[in-house]
Design a protein around this ligand. Structure first.
Ligand code: G
Ligand code: G
Ligand code: MN
Ligand code: NA
Length: 256
């Protein structure tokens, strides 16, 4: 793709889509929420992954427009599932937020305003930020996150273990959840070093009162290993790939 213009048009014309990957409790196997993931089917170039178009959005000054679209869509979806009686207060939808979005002044206020306008409780939303995004400007981040958390929004650290966090910041920042990067989960059963890292992350998180989500869970043996470490939650192909909203509704109904 040559310019951000295609992306601008796609956002304006509602040609982006969200899919939702289920997250499960590893003790009860309850469906506890989903992670919203952006998808773009380009009319000429086919499927373009977010790892490509999110940076494009950032370079073309479209990241806030993209973020707002995503958030609006998420809120509508939460409301719809609520109205249909499919989800309750314990269910949360996680949205990914990039460093550039977090740095836009007033990010948290805008986010909360949208929640209020749509009467969505903060607790049904989780914000996922990468370790790198959080550590870029810890002071600003801290204030924005505190504001979100005040509104009940949960904060998770995505791709944990791939960046470098100061452990003192981890303790000081208002966080709720660490997500173990799927590269570590993938090597459970093959690589003792990665197993040691997963074990250390879970222990670290629990010692500072954070919950842990394992990403990219694909096998039964990975599941057993994580359960043995008291990992709280997991998402991954073992349970489900990212699904269309309708498929999530079906899954919740089957689960009941
Ligand atoms: O969907 P996929 O597994 O390809 O997602 C890869 C990465 O793209 C995710 O880990 C996430 O960081 C990013 N991503 C997906 N959806 C969004 C989104 O709505 N906003 C932002 N900023 N990033 C997203
Ligand atoms: O960076 P983030 O973790 O938010 O990205 C999620 C991405 O991981 C999505 O693109 C999704 O399709 C992918 N994904 C989800 N579950 C699995 C899995 O079990 N294995 C692999 N290889 N990828 C997964
Ligand atoms: Mn994520
Ligand atoms: Na991740």
């Amino acid at each position: 793709i040559e310019t951000g213009n295609d992306l601008r048009l796609a956002i304006e014309n509602n040609r982006l889509q969200l899919v939702y990957q289920p997250k499960f409790d590893l003790k009860s196997f309850e469906l506890i929420g989903v992670e919203a993931l952006l998808r773009w089917q380009h009319p000429q170039h086919g499927f373009i992954p977010p790892s490509i178009f999110v940076p494009i959005a950032e370079n073309y000054g479209l990241i806030d427009t993209l973020g707002d679209w995503c958030f609006k869509e998420t809120i509508n979806q939460v409301n719809q599932w609520y109205r249909q009686g499919l989800i309750g207060a314990k269910f949360s939808i996680a949205v990914n937020v990039s460093a550039a979005q977090l740095r836009t002044p007033g990010f948290a206020s805008r986010f909360i305003h949208q929640l209020d306008q749509n009467q969505v409780p903060g607790a049904s939303i989780e914000v996922e930020l990468t370790e790198t995004a959080i550590m870029e400007e810890p002071e600003v981040t801290s204030e924005e996150l505190a504001e979100l958390r005040q509104a009940g929004v949960k904060i998770s650290v995505d791709d944990f273990g791939t960046g470098y966090s100061s452990l003192s910041y981890l303790k000081r920042l208002p966080l709720d959840i660490l997500k173990v990067d799927r590269s570590f989960v993938a090597d459970i059963g093959h690589d003792e070093n990665d197993e040691a890292i997963v074990r250390a992350i879970i222990q670290l998180a629990h010692s500072i009162d954070l919950q842990v989500v394992a990403e990219g869970l694909e096998t039964k043996s990975q599941l057993k290993f994580l359960q043995g470490l008291n990992c709280d939650f997991a998402q991954g192909f073992y349970f489900s790939k990212p699904l269309a909203a309708k498929e999530v509704a079906g899954l919740i109904q089957r689960d009941k």
